[in-house]
Design a binder for this molecule. Structure first.
Ligand code: C2E
Ligand code: CA
Ligand code: CA
Length: 479
């Protein structure tokens, strides 16, 4: 008969070792790290910080390839990779060092005395060894790793601080795509700032009714103009549209730019309710403009990569379509070039659904990615927006002119509208017009405006027989 004590010992044994790698687990790490802290704290008597003995806590994470292998290949393959990784790490350790297998894709190392150049040398060897592909019959798999570290006593005096700081450093390594990052205070500050922003997004959208989002989030409208002729500085406008650009009016931080909050909202999943709010608001605006006699103004919205691929945005669009009188054919969705080419087959399917709903589809920031132009014809596109980077130096950079000119021809061949983004001066507009470009957006014509300002901008052009006089400073049309 097993005694209670034997069962307890068995349980402890089970909790202590990872079956795949045979290495001690998180359970052991907690105990041993505590012992390390006590031992090194006792040795921390006099002397300068630099000479006092300490140790490094290193967190090593397997890259996303490992997750893919685990999901798609036989279990024995990921188990072998884990076992091999454990062995490769162990080969670099001295008797005093310790290694733990804490999560399926994570190892933690305790390295006494390794700091500065000795740590760097150790990491170079370790990363090189871990980068060697794992061979199987007929194929091999490489699993890149990233790591982050904290040092006792400099970065923490207790177990949880040291682990937390090493974890933040490992996260920073992943974000910055670096093989290794050592903890420093600024990493913690950035993490705190991100968490604060995330919490306030949560608070802002916790409100059950979507319309309450409008208390903190609002839209500005930047004119997108189509020009049919340019004659001695007079632009004949053939079509006026607007791009909706989101602003977050934070209760204490003031206006926050979408380049700051969209990535955070994406990471936390909060982008979904924001996307819903955006689509409902824009559908409402389109209806309002059409009912108030402003004619058929087209409106563009931006969808981030995650929004674009979420099924909830499709549902929202379908709901809006079935309840809207005007339909969605005056709504354009702008998707960045990089998000389109991430997964061509699923992109094609989603875009075809968008097209059957009557939406127009635009490729944003075109030229900033590395996609092949020859793939564009596979998608049901209506518009291409040339990235601001190519427009910025169009006057002085011949190569940019060659690129934009070939894009103009390609768009013509494929029947897409082409918009030049970020047009800031009249010379650039002329050069672009002479190349055959007919769509323009940028500070030269107008910055992003409130709804009332945009409507007044629109009405002024209409009242002026659709003519605008160049040169024009930003906002001049309104004054
Ligand atoms: P984008 O789609 O490329 O939007 C154009 C950005 O360029 C806007 O910045 C606009 O104010 C700015 N811009 C316009 N004309 C000029 C110009 O002549 N010169 C210069 N230097 N800049 C110009 P904004 O509003 O800060 O938006 C930044 C990005 O945030 C947008 O880039 C878009 O990717 C994203 N974004 C904005 N609103 C939303 C939204 O509702 N949803 C999502 N998912 N993303 C959004
Ligand atoms: Ca855009
Ligand atoms: Ca853009």
């Amino acid at each position: 008969m097993e005694t209670a004590q034997q069962r307890l010992a068995q349980l402890e044994q089970k909790l202590s070792y990872q079956p795949q790698s045979g290495l001690p687990t998180h359970f052991r790490l907690e105990l041993e790290l505590e012992e390390f802290v006590e031992k090194y704290a006792r040795q921390q008597g006099g002397g300068s910080t630099a000479t006092r003995p300490g140790f490094t806590v290193l967190i090593l994470q397997l890259g996303p390839t490992f997750g893919m292998v685990r999901k798609t290949l036989r279990a024995s393959i990921s188990e072998w990779i884990l076992y091999q990784t454990g062995c490769r790490i162990a080969a670099f350790l001295t008797d005093r060092d310790r290694v733990f297998h804490t999560r399926e894709d994570e190892f933690v190392l305790l390295l006494p005395g390794k700091k500065g150049s000795s740590l760097k040398e150790f990491l170079q060897g370790l990363h090189t060894s871990l980068a060697v592909p794992h061979g199987f019959t007929g194929f091999s798999v490489s699993v890149p790793v990233t790591s982050g570290a904290s040092y006792f006593p400099d970065h923490g005096l207790n177990r949880s601080e040291l682990l937390h700081h090493a974890d933040l450093a490992a996260g920073a390594a992943k974000d910055q795509r670096k093989p290794f990052v050592l903890f420093k205070q600024s990493i913690r500050d950035t993490a705190v700032e991100r968490m604060e922003l995330q919490n306030s997004i949560l608070k802002a959208i916790e409100a059950p009714a979507l319309h309450q989002l409008g208390e903190q989030f609002r839209l500005l409208y930047q004119p997108k103009l189509f020009v049919s002729s340019l004659d001695e500085g007079a632009l004949q406008i053939s079509r006026i549209e607007a791009e909706a650009l989101m602003r977050w009016n934070h209760p204490t931080k003031g206006l926050i730019s979408p380049t700051q909050f969209i990535p955070i909202a994406e990471e936390s999943g909060l982008i979904e309710p924001l996307g819903k709010w955006l689509v409902y608001t824009c559908a409402g605006i389109l209806e309002e403009w059409s009912n108030s006699g402003h004619g058929d103004i087209g409106l563009s919205v931006n969808l981030s990569p995650r929004q674009f691929r979420s099924s909830s945005i499709l549902q929202t669009l379908e709901t809006v379509l079935s309840s809207s009188e005007t339909g969605l054919n005056r709504l354009t969705v702008e998707l960045t070039e990089t998000s389109l080419f991430e997964d061509i087959d699923s992109t094609t399917r989603i875009l075809e659904r968008f097209a059957t709903l009557g939406l127009r589809i635009s490729v944003d920031d075109f030229g900033s990615g590395y996609s092949s132009l020859s793939h564009l014809h596979r998608f049901p596109l209506d518009e291409i927006k040339v990235d601001r980077l190519f427009v910025e130096h169009i006057r002085s950079n011949k190569q940019d002119r060659v690129i934009v000119s070939s894009l103009v021809h390609m768009a013509k061949d494929l029947g897409f509208d082409l918009i030049a983004e970020g047009v800031e001066d009249a010379d650039s507009l002329r050069i672009l017009f002479d190349m055959g470009c007919r769509g323009f957006q940028g500070y030269l014509l107008s910055e992003a405006l409130s709804e009332a300002e945009f409507l007044s901008f629109h009405d002024t052009i209409v009242a002026n027989d659709m003519l605008i006089q160049l040169p024009l400073d930003s906002g001049e049309l309104l004054s």
